[in-house]
Design a protein around this ligand. Structure first.
Ligand code: BEZ
Ligand code: FE
Length: 291
């Protein structure tokens, strides 16, 4: 038996069949990769050093391994495997629709965000142009999902999240809402802006070595949950943002790109009179049944 076959055979006694399947497939791909690139010992040492430093940067605030998974497209690949939207099968039915596409969670979600009523302003004083976001939460049959919980978080006009300000002691651009009896939601916040992912560690070195940028296009994060439905983790991207085509983490999906219409001072859709320019956008959300 050659080396690769002997390593694979060493997992024969594994009690957990799924573990054996994953471990042996990993060994096969790893050995094929090493042979493919004819890895040198110096390159092996560089890789070990890179992975060591990636791990050393991880703590309860920073997860450099998830960031590495994000920039390698592995996070999006796992999302695509586990969150099919049913778009193709459902397209033929008259009253059915595809579930909303999922995308990366990212490092800036914080559990326990402040609760708001529908129509409230969740900006918390974040700098930026006012922005009204509204839509519905329905299921794939087009029926409303009353009481769906929406967790929202986003960057401000400087492309920063509240948790990136060392001196800030309250949430900004972050909140939790409940859809009404007809599945409708609405809130005010500020227009989000594009921003760089944390690039001062090994992942930043990898991007620089590849000649890649760290930027993400402007977006608002949503996590939407309701009993009987799969929790949806997604974003809505602004259609006019830079970096829609070179998102550092490959998180953009076409159906998630929406026009954020700009208005000069006037009466907003919810009746509020604005003395400054503002944006409005509509993002309808479709939840998949929890199977
Ligand atoms: C974000 O959208 O917040 C994000 C996602 C992946 C990596 C870094 C940031
Ligand atoms: Fe983000």
């Amino acid at each position: 038996m050659n080396l690769e076959d002997r390593v694979v055979a060493s997992f024969d006694g594994a009690k957990d069949e799924r573990f054996r399947e994953i471990a042996t497939s990993l060994v096969r791909h790893l050995h094929a990769f090493l042979a493919d690139v004819q890895l040198t010992e110096d390159e092996w040492a560089t890789a070990i050093d890179f992975l060591t430093r990636t791990g050393q940067l991880c703590d309860d605030k920073r997860q450099e391994f998830i960031l590495l998974s994000d920039v390698l497209g592995a996070s999006m690949a796992v999302i695509d495997i586990n969150h099919p939207t049913g778009g193709r099968e459902l397209a033929s039915g008259p009253s059915t629709r595809a579930a909303t596409e999922s995308t990366v969670l990212g490092p800036f979600f914080v559990a326990g965000a402040p609760e708001f009523a529908l129509g409230d302003d969740i900006s918390g004083g974040a700098p930026g142009t006012p922005c009204h976001l509204s839509g519905t939460v329905t299921n794939t049959a087009g029926e409303p999902v009353p009481g769906a919980v929406l967790e929202i978080w986003q960057s401000d006009e400087d492309g920063r999240y509240d948790v990136q300000y060392a001196d800030l002691d309250h949430a900004r651009g972050r909140g939790r809402l409940r859809a009404d009896g007809a599945g409708r939601y609405a809130f005010w916040s500020v227009h989000p802006e594009a921003y760089p992912i944390p690039d001062d560690g090994p992942v930043g070195e990898l991007l620089a070595a590849a000649g890649r940028g760290p930027m993400r296009p402007a977006h608002v994060h949503f996590m939407v949950s309701a009993p009987g439905y799969r929790t949806l983790v997604t974003h809505v991207f602004t259609a006019d943002s830079a970096h829609l085509d070179d998102d550092a983490v490959f998180g953009v999906k076409r159906p998630l790109i929406v026009d954020f219409e700009r208005h000069e001072p006037c009466r907003a859709p919810d009746g509020r009179e604005l003395a400054e320019p503002f944006h409005t956008a509509r993002f309808d959300i479709v939840l998949a049944a929890d199977r």
